[in-house]
Write a protein that binds this ligand. Sequence first.
Ligand code: MEV
Length: 319
Amino acid sequence: MKSIASVPGKVILFGEHFVVYGIKAILCAIDKRITVTSQFLDEPKIRIKSELGNAEIDLGVLSSLNSISTRFMKPFFYIVKETLKEFNVNKGIEIILKSDIPAGIGLGSSSAACVAVTASVAGLFDRKSKEQVLKRSIESERIIFKDASGADSSVSTFGGLMSYDKNGFEKIDSKNNFSFIIANSNQVHNTREVVLKVSEFKNKNEKLFAEMCKQEEGLVREALLRLKENDLNKLGSLISENQELLEKINVSTDRLDLLIKEASKTSYGAKITGAGGGGCIICLVDESNAMATLENLKKISDCFIAKIDFGGLIYCNPS
Ligand code: MEV
């Protein structure tokens, strides 16, 4: 028996980094997905295969996760360990990840992978609710990134548009018809390191950072209103204001600044999405300016169009 789960990536419209300090963020799931297939093995092994690498351990090694050297695989082994414990089973499992979410550029591929692995492995025993899947996948992510806010996993699990803070999420009922052009800086970033850098900035500039948190709160409050009105012009300028705050906390780069300057010529607004320090930018567009923005950015970067995904976590095999 195979258990298959599919989960979307995400973009952050407002509030990355500030969400780590309790400020509300606004996120949106996008139509790029990761699909995970799990099945039992006859051997006592846990085997993980992905485009980014493979790993295999004996079942016995699950009890000492610290000895596993491939860092990005650790959350997956944690998920297997917890699931086997929950169902009181000691069996080998193979997990295969296939993704069309570009990795390491701020589109939530790691969180989406944790959600999909949790759902797929648990599905070998019993189908878990989205709430249960989310809880375990956030735990697994925090094994390697203890400050993870949980925002990315939440939007990947439930899909659509949502606001999120550490108390949880609220879906945003939206009749909006916007989409995003996503342009890749091709600068590699590491979310954990960038979050650490922001924490150093905060520690050195407590007063200034507190002021910025207030400004971010104001932007999010207004953006929630503009989303209801589908006012893309205003939403776009709020996105650009958010970018200014991200520049002030030093998570932009010259390359990202250049992409944003170019995007601002045709889109409603553009900013970094995710941790920054590289990765990609999002440009808010609709049918009136999507092609012009895409054509223009194509001259200087790898880019593509992304639409809102409303499905979130989907179990792909029959129940
Ligand atoms: C990463 O996509 C978003 C950050 O705010 C970190 C987090 O929320 O865990 C930078």
